[in-house]
Ligand binder design. Structure first.
Ligand code: SRM
Ligand code: SF4
Length: 572
């Protein structure tokens, strides 16, 4: 069937009819007969940074009592490069209590999320977020999402310059529609016949979500290879030379559908710093015009790149640019984790990186995260930086304020990283249950227990201080980027996970399926012999991911296209 004859995806019609993302969201918000909004508006609401959800823990009880699902809304707050102020933290914390479920969620893309907001509070919350100079537009939806950037200010003297690039990218690719202001901020409605909307995206926006990251080697804490488009900073004696450009990364796939797969990005060339926004715009335009608008499961940039071939895709980009990209410059990533504890910036200020379990900021038996961070925010002049590993860096702490910060860290017990193994400090889980409507199994609430079981083996083998990346997601969509971890569990059904092994330690290589549908209680016995073998026969400085490939526990994967090869027979 020709492309013209294939039916467009349903979301294309919703966008087309929406009048630049307005739909009937405003009307739906004032309908008090239900806690939810219409199905079409739910799709449009994503572009405004919010998802309708329901409490899945409460589903069966409500069904029994013939009640509507317990609808509420999740709001995702954009934070380009993850940099926010103490004042913004204080406000997000206040809204978490006043409107949400009393927690703040730090996401794997350096954003804030608030869960459990009821419909009657949605507008108020989004308006108040905007009053803090943050926003939610394009945090979700078929547009460019929150732009990530290396979170550690000490990583390079050029950090501020590189952070500015990610902010420029974010600003340039933010949707221009007036709908956001009209609906949430009571902006004036402009007649559709005279307004000019969306010079970059056009009426139909992108075929699918689009993600950009900016990395500063040697740290790949933003996981560039999992992004649609990435810029890898290249620095020399004279400062920032420019960026290598990488395209076609992505994690999402569907169990049992081999035509969907995760893929690590390909570097296609180098560009000077002043051309970065131009290159990003042209790549977005190529995806806008060549991405698949018929099949949403084939609509991400990674499939556009594979459909045209990397060279063919680059040619399309260069045609629009009117110039060619330069040859890729050498670079090396050595890790994708965070560096916990104190670090110095070279200008007299310092940073403290906190390990925040699951990125869930609340007071627990382990530490009073929420009260402690709030106390620090109330006295600090510096910054609150969110990392791509769901952690928090309190940054740019002046010499004068250091003793007070130290005292608060002790008082609230926030230095828990000191007691943890390298395995736990490199663990990452997505939200999953109870809020995520797509979760097939637990993740954020379960990974800590799996790590505790594996830690017994780790400790016995003397691997306490060895860093091994371990990730869990409640479904194959890959929100904690599991397919580039050295060990990963991907939910298949309640209590059952596909186990993947062999991702690259710095996020540069895909893993491979080791066993399908493993019961949670069998994970320890499945992995124990491999961990013991690693402790006994690894080579000097050999990472766990490299080891399992050398010892043929799993085969190496060259990239997304052969991700499912040789393992299909092991699937159920
Ligand atoms: Fe994600 C959908 C949570 C990062 C791939 N993701 C969802 C939804 C909105 C579920 C839904 O569509 O109904 C989840 C909401 C759960 C909840 O209750 O909060 C959700 N994703 C998250 C977060 C909060 C996970 C976390 O624990 O931190 C992350 C928010 C990031 C942000 O601030 O923007 C999050 N999601 C990711 C990442 C990682 C990344 O971007 O670096 C990925 C893999 C990379 C990629 O995009 O390929 C990711 N999320 C997905 C997908 C699969 C996309 C695909 O190409 O197939 C979905 C489902 C979809 O889009 O249809 C999804
Ligand atoms: Fe939900 Fe699946 Fe993403 Fe986890 S990976 S947050 S279960 S969509």
């Amino acid at each position: 069937m020709s492309t013209a004859e294939r039916k467009l995806a349903a979301n294309e019609g919703i966008k087309d009819r929406s009048d630049y993302l307005r739909g009937t969201i405003a009307e739906g918000l004032s309908d008090l007969s239900t806690g939810g909004i219409s199905a079409d508006d739910q799709q449009l609401l994503k572009f405004h940074g919010s998802y309708q959800q329901d409490d899945r823990d409460a589903r069966s009880a409500r069904r029994m009592h013939k009640l509507e699902k317990a609808f509420s809304f999740m709001i995702r707050i954009r934070v380009p490069g993850g940099v926010s102020t103490p004042e913004q933290w204080i406000e997000v914390d206040r809204m978490a209590t006043e409107y949400a479920n009393d927690t703040i969620k730090l996401t794997t893309r350096q954003a804030y999320q608030l869960h459990g907001i009821i419909k009657s509070n949605l507008k108020r919350t989004i308006r108040e977020i905007n009053e803090t100079a943050l926003d939610t537009i394009a945090a979700c939806g078929d547009v460019n999402r929150n732009v990530m950037c290396n979170a550690n200010p000490d990583a390079s003297a050029l950090h501020a310059e590189i952070l500015q690039v990610s902010k420029d990218l974010s600003d340039h690719l933010t949707p221009a529609t007036g709908a956001y202001h009209e609906i949430w901020l009571d902006g004036e409605k402009v007649e559709s016949s005279i307004r000019q909307e969306e010079p970059i995206y056009g009426k139909h926006y992108l075929p699918r979500k689009f993600k950009i990251a900016v990395a500063v080697p040697p740290n790949n804490d933003v996981d560039v290879y999992a992004n649609d488009l990435s810029f890898i900073a290249i620095t020399g004696k004279k400062g920032l030379e420019g960026f290598n450009v990488a395209v076609g990364g992505g994690m999402g796939m569907t169990h049992g559908q081999e035509e969907t797969y995760p893929r690590v990005a390909d570097v296609i060339g180098f560009v000077a710093a002043d051309k970065v926004v131009d290159v990003a715009e042209k790549i977005v335009l190529v995806q806008r015009d060549h991405g698949d608008r018929h099949e949403r499961k084939h609509a991400r940039l990674k499939y556009t790149v594979d459909d045209h071939g990397v060279d063919g895709f680059s040619a399309l980009v260069e045609e629009r640019l009117g110039y060619t990209l330069e040859e890729e410059r050498p670079y090396e990533f050595t890790e994708n984790g965070d560096r916990y504890g104190w670090s110095e910036n070279g200008d007299g200020t310092a940073n403290y990186t906190f390990y925040v379990p699951g990125g869930r900021v609340c007071d627990t038996d382990e530490a009073r995260w929420r009260s402690g961070f709030l106390a620090i925010a109330r006295m600090l002049d510096g910054e609150f930086r969110l990392t791509g590993n769901q952690n928090l860096v309190v940054a740019k702490i002046s010499r004068d304020q250091r003793p007070a910060v130290k005292q608060l860290i002790d008082e609230y017990g926030l230095d828990t990283h000191k007691q943890h193994t390298g395995l736990r400090l490199h663990s990452l889980a997505c939200v999953a249950l109870p809020t995520c409507g797509l979760a097939l199994a637990e993740a954020e609430r379960h990974l800590p227990d799996v790590v505790t079981e594996l830690e017994e083996v780790i400790e016995e083998c003397g691997l306490r201080h060895d860093a091994i990346t371990i990730r869990m997601t409640g479904c194959p969509n890959g929100c904690a980027r599991p397919y580039i971890a050295e060990i990963a569990f991907v939910g298949r059904a309640p209590g059952k996970y596909n186990v993947y092994l062999g991702g690259g330690f710095s996020g540069q290589r895909l893993s491979k399926l080791y066993r399908a549908s493993v019961k949670s209680e069998d994970i320890r016995s499945l992995l124990e012999p491999i961990i013991r073998d690693y402790a006994g026969s690894r080579e000097a400085k050999e990472s766990f991911g490299d080891f399992v490939i050398r010892k043929a526990y799993v085969k190496a994967t060259s990239n997304g296209l052969d991700f499912h090869q040789d393992v299909a027979s092991e699937e159920e």
